[in-house]
Design a protein around this ligand. Structure first.
Ligand SMILES: [Zn+2]
Length: 163
């Protein structure tokens, strides 16, 4: 009985949302860029759908983002972290790109669990870089309303984008 209980406990741990998926790449990285998919359709909450948009729609070799954070707080790995993303034109080198599903209906179009997962994941990245990394919205380097959520207050960023 005891061993059944402990194996059940480890099972529920393994099934908890947002397991740690961040692995620091060997390439140089100094900035994280945050995005939203700008779609609210539940069937678009899928990395394979976004991959299709980028590969078949835009002719890219793979999905442009490294990570996608779903409405339920789970995180999908997209493009290989060792590869430069295709997400912020002219600002891809030295970056990590993270997209949240949602945003089609404005800044409140995200889940609480989802935003908490983003915060936790960014904390993890920040720790991996010992604070020597900054966090930015796509809109800081492009005339795009992306991401639409208030990432600055969510992550507690200073003016330079440091946590
Ligand atoms: Zn974007």
């Amino acid at each position: 009985m005891q061993s059944l209980l402990s194996s059940l406990a480890s099972l529920s741990q393994a099934a908890s949302p947002s397991p740690s998926v961040f692995v620091k790449p060997t390439r140089y990285v100094s900035r994280v860029f945050l995005h939203c998919t700008a779609s609210s359709y539940p069937h678009h909450d899928d990395i394979e759908v976004v991959r299709k948009w980028h590969v078949e729609g835009r002719g890219w070799s793979d999905v442009g983002y490294h990570y996608m954070i779903h409405r339920d707080g789970s995180i999908s790995v997209g493009r290989d972290i060792e590869r430069i993303p295709a997400a912020q034109k002219g600002h891809n080198k030295g970056s990590i790109a993270i997209a949240l599903h949602g945003g089609g209906h404005g800044k409140d179009d995200f889940g609480k669990i989802q935003l908490r997962a983003l915060k936790r994941f960014c904390d993890e990245i920040n720790q991996a870089y010992e604070g020597n990394i900054t966090f930015h919205g796509h809109s800081e380097v492009a005339l795009r309303d992306c991401p639409v959520y208030d990432y600055r207050s969510l992550l507690g960023l200073d003016k330079k984008g440091a946590m």
